[in-house]
Ligand binder design. Structure first.
Ligand code: GCO
Length: 480
């Protein structure tokens, strides 16, 4: 002990002379340094990262995406293949997360792995996920588990996927099996990830499997996904009550963009943006809030058990969308992105998304209307060079902090993504990871953002020195 004390005082003595007289003058006293600028997050705030297992585990061989990828549907010609090999490397990954200072992780279970053939549950797959979650516990990582993240077993898609009314019952069976087995290891449940994506991209724009362009089917899928949410929610609630417990945190992770009209003085633009905002951000959550399916996805009809079937809203925020009417009139675009107004000079990511941190605050404020707590279930940037990411993290967390300061109930933040992974239609050309993969070996190479995020997670704050070290150009924006 005395030795230690001596060391500390030596260190202090060594540091003292380094305080410049200019900074002493700035501090207004002789020896005291000015307190460092910092924005602090609430105690107990969750600092996690996020993946979807199909994108990161690899070899999800009984899934509809696996089949579809092999048809050459991915822009860069790739297939998910081994992905980031989290299937085998998860112990190493959780060790790294612990070392970096993260305290949570969001992942999904793969239905195709667990129920590769109808009614046949794979003990090997269930045991795998049990081991994964146990390993997370060992590394003191809170578990946020998603039950459905866009990928279906091949047998489900062969029977019509979410257009088949029976899909709800099948998903219910799968959910009960997973919940029974894993309930005790999970802290936060996400029933569905961005359910509007498979509905709109798969059945309206036709860019995801099964590549349909049919408004009627889109509405049917939308309704069946609402029902699928209910059955999985009920499985979780029942598991809690069987243990004499309250319902745990359970909700949906929704893609929430900030929508603005291109020209606020143009009534058409205004109406258009309101419609898109409703369909993209609100329709699904409104349904859960009211228990009724809104027009045009239903006729305001009630779904039993839907009302209030969540305890939080999961917000996935990436960008602002300003819909440009002239682009819409050019013909049915493939993606929402093709309809956007992005004037010269807009700050963009590799995905072509506009970087717009204030939109994050705005959507959190919009989502507050549901009156339940929020988790940020995704937020991040594709940036293989890691030039943009440090500033992106700081600027977006600044907006989360602002929202908390204004009284919004936000419990945690999961950065997308922990590691580079299979980015759906874009294959491996987009790199969202805090951690990069060494080509060929798949070894983990933390980018500098991984350390920045770790410093924030460990200390629960963004300090002046972190900003100086990682993205000094944003100092005034962070500490305005
Ligand atoms: C999404 C998906 C993720 C994506 C991420 C980056 O919610 O869109 O959950 O799987 O990979 O959003 O585009």
């Amino acid at each position: 002990m005395p030795e230690k004390r001596a060391k500390t005082s030596k260190k202090k003595a060594a540091v003292k002379p380094k305080v410049s007289s200019a900074s002493k003058r700035a501090a207004g006293t002789k020896a005291k340094k000015a307190p460092e600028k910092a924005i602090e997050f609430p105690k107990g705030f969750i600092w996690g990262t996020s993946v979807c297992s199909h994108q990161a585990e690899g070899h999800n061989t009984h899934s509809d995406w696996w089949t579809w990828e092999k048809l050459g549907k991915i822009d860069d010609g790739s297939v998910s293949g081994p992905a980031a090999d989290m299937l085998n490397r998860y112990p190493e990954d959780f060790k790294l997360m612990e070392k970096l200072g993260y305290n949570a992780f969001r992942l999904s279970v793969e239905w195709a792995r667990i129920e590769p053939r109808q009614g046949e549950y794979s003990e090997e797959a269930l045991l795998h996920y049990e081991n994964v979650l146990k390993e997370m516990r060992k590394r003191k990582l809170k578990v946020c588990l998603t039950l459905y993240h866009w990928v279906l077993p091949q047998w489900v898609s062969a029977l019509g996927g979410w257009t088949n009314p029976k899909s709800v019952e099948w998903f219910g069976g799968f959910s009960r099996k997973v919940v029974e087995r894993l309930y005790d290891y999970v802290d936060i449940w996400v029933t569905l990830n961005e359910p509007t994506a498979p509905a709109f991209a798969g059945y309206l724009a036709g860019v995801f499997p099964p590549e349909k362009k049919d408004l009627f089917l889109t509405a049917r899928v939308f309704r069946n996904l609402l029902k699928a949410h209910v059955v999985s929610h009920d499985a979780i609630r029942d598991a809690a009550s069987a243990r004499g417990l309250e319902r745990p945190p359970v909700g949906i992770a929704m893609a929430i963009a900030y929508f603005e009209p291109k020209d606020p003085s143009n009534p058409f633009d205004k109406k258009l943006h309101e419609f898109f905002r409703f369909a993209h951000n609100e329709a699904f959550l409104d349904a859960i809030h009211n228990g009724r399916v809104p027009v045009p996805f239903g006729v305001n009809d009630e779904i039993p058990g839907l009302k209030g079937s969540h305890t939080f809203v999961g917000v996935n925020y990436y960008t602002r969308f300003r819909i440009d009417l002239t682009n819409v009139l050019k013909g049915l675009p493939k993606n929402l992105e093709d309809m956007l107004y992005l004037p010269e000079g807009s700050e963009l990511t590799e995905m072509g998304y506009e970087v717009y941190p204030p939109g994050f605050y705005n959507v959190l404020s919009e989502m507050s209307k549901y009156g339940v707590p929020m988790y940020i279930t995704e937020n991040g940037v594709s940036d293989g060079t890691d030039v943009q990411r440090p500033g992106h993290i700081l600027r977006h967390l600044k907006q989360v902090h602002r929202a908390i300061g204004d009284g919004m109930d936000i419990r945690g933040y999961f950065h997308w993504s922990y590691v580079d992974n299979f980015e759906w239609k874009h294959g491996y050309s987009k790199r969202f990871g805090l951690v990069a993969l060494e080509p060929g070996t798949l070894n983990r190479l933390p980018r500098k953002s991984a350390y920045l995020y770790g410093e924030i997670a460990k200390s629960g704050k963004i300090s002046g020195s972190m900003v100086k070290k990682y993205a000094p150009e944003y100092e005034s924006e962070i500490f305005d």
